[in-house]
Design a protein. Structure first.
Lengths: 394, 107
């Protein structure tokens, strides 16, 4: 029987890490992710994990230590937010380019300035092309479940890429929710032993990691990395299927909510999808045909599947909890519209809403306004404004 | 010990598996630097003058590229490995008997 608990998103993440029992955790505290290593270090102090906890002096060192540890031959994990992720920047690329399956909890927070500690997606969205698999989580349960699946995905021989499991800072990271935990022994069996083919501490087969790689070979290695990201999609689905068999909880590349009879759709990540479900339930009762698509896997971007799911709608509103400052819409909007164009899907009218920056409260009325706007676009077949903001005072 | 690296050629295709290399440019057969000919990096060339050499062998431990050739049986220096010598001149600098000249490459 699963264990019923009530945990914050951070605590749920730390409990998942405890059950995974990695070789090394190296982390530096930064709000709102601080509690993850804080809870985890108490597990280390209590002797319930075998992990070497490295209290580094910066996030640059945290990711460096994870890279060293993973290359040496153990599972390495970390957690961070916002500027901490930004300080890891160059190492994110070293980790993915060196094909080290490190797992990170990214507790999403606004990337200052001006300084702000609250939730939006400007941190992980900036890292969307760093070669990390990105999985987003609506609830504490999803953050926990995604963490349990992360190593299986990262370490698959066709993948070998690091994974970032994202959840909304404070909104889920600090809010306590009911949660179903998987038993320790089942997690252990599901995650399995880490047996890398090559590792630095193997004296039988010495290797060099991260050597100089110039014009003759670098491009081929990048091409291999690109293929690994493509392969990840299939592996994520396989691992999610296996997870469903264990827990009954079903995960795909994205979640469709009330889309079956819908004319229009709102695409939204993480915790706001929960608010949107509440709103859409009410609107559906009023006969308004609106559904939700909540991407779970953002990298690799599920081009074919998401376009197939979106093609039937008359209009789509894509919500971005970050501003790309490019005068051309947020990252989710850019990715989805370019995917639709590339797949030859020109039917739906698509509009973009930037929302919730710096932890601005996202109310049901805000999502309702987005729904009503996209319903209006469908009805009138006219887009008055492609790039919009919701929740900003104007 | 590790396998011998079979190829250091730039010809392999991205989706070909090659012996001695792993994901992310990892080198899975260590101890292969002798296969990488660095001699053509050289702009200055050390010239060993056998007549002046006292066989003290102090040049051997200071050479960063193991390019001072020593006969393993006689224990004597026999020359310089120009396939790997980068012409750094450390051997020249430390030689107590002016037994190695450093000249411009190609002259």
């Amino acid at each position: 029987m699963a264990i019923r608990e009530r945990l914050s998103g951070n605590e749920a993440t730390a409990v998942a890490m405890k059950q995974i029992n990695p070789g090394v955790v190296a982390a530096f505290p930064i709000t709102p992710s601080t509690e993850v290593p804080q809870y985890f270090s108490s597990f280390v102090a209590d002797g319930v994990v075998d992990t070497e906890f490295v209290a580094v002096e910066s996030e640059h060192s945290a990711m460096s230590a994870c890279i060293g540890a993973q290359a040496a031959g153990v599972r390495a994990m970390t957690a961070t937010s916002a500027n901490g992720l930004a300080l890891m920047w160059e190492l994110l690329y070293i980790a993915s380019g060196s094909r080290l399956p490190i797992v990170m909890a990214c507790i999403n927070r606004a990337l200052s300035g001006p300084i702000n500690i609250h939730n939006d997606h400007s941190d992980s969205m900036g890292a969307r092309d760093s070669g990390w698999i990105q999985i987003y989580s609506e609830t504490n349960q999803e953050a926990y479940d995604n963490m349990l699946m992360a190593h299986r995905i990262a370490e698959h021989k066709d993948v070998l890429l690091p994974v970032m499991v994202c959840q909304d800072g404070f909104i889920t990271s600090h809010a306590i929710e009911n949660i179903e935990l998987v038993e320790d022994d089942k997690v252990k069996a599901f995650v399995g032993e880490y047996n890398p083919e090559f590792y630095l501490l193997n004296k039988e087969n010495p290797i060099a990691v991260g050597p100089l790689d110039l014009q003759a070979h670098y491009f081929e290695h990048q091409r291999q990395q690109a293929e690994a990201m493509k392969n990840a999609k299939k592996v994520i689905l396989e691992v999610s299927d296996e997870f469903e068999k264990m827990t009954g909880r079903k995960y795909g590349l994205f979640e469709e909510y009330n889309t079956k009879d819908a004319d229009v759709c709102v695409v939204v990540l993480n915790s706001t999808a929960g608010t949107a479900k509440y709103v859409v339930d009410q609107l559906n009762e009023q006969g308004k045909k609106v559904g939700i698509i909540k991407p779970r896997v953002y990298r690799p971007f599920p081009v074919d599947e998401i376009v197939d799911a979106l093609a039937k709608f008359k209009a789509i509103a894509i919500m971005d909890k970050t501003d790309s400052f490019n005068a051309a819409g947020g990252p989710l909007f850019s990715d989805i519209t370019s995917a639709m164009y590339a797949k030859g899907v020109f039917g739906p009218k698509v509009i973009n809403f930037t929302y919730g920056l710096g932890g601005r409260d996202v109310k049901a009325e805000d999502v309702e306004a987005v729904c009503n706007e996209v319903l209006k676009v469908a009805e009138t077949e006219k887009v008055e404004s492609v790039y919009n903001y919701i929740g900003v005072r104007e | 010990m590790s396998k011998e690296l079979k190829t250091v050629s730039p010809d392999f295709k991205w989706n070909e598996k090659i012996d001695g290399a792993g994901p992310g440019g990892m080198i899975t057969s260590a101890g292969n630097s002798h296969l990488f000919k660095t001699g053509d990096w050289r702009s200055m060339k050390p010239i060993w003058k056998e007549d002046a050499c006292k066989q003290c062998l102090l040049c051997h431990p200071v050479c960063p590229d193991s390019s001072i050739l020593v006969d393993s049986e006689t224990g004597k220096m026999t020359g310089i490995d120009y396939e790997h010598c980068k012409g750094c001149g450390i051997c020249v600098k430390q030689c107590k008997f002016n037994a190695i000249d450093l000249v411009e490459e190609g002259k």
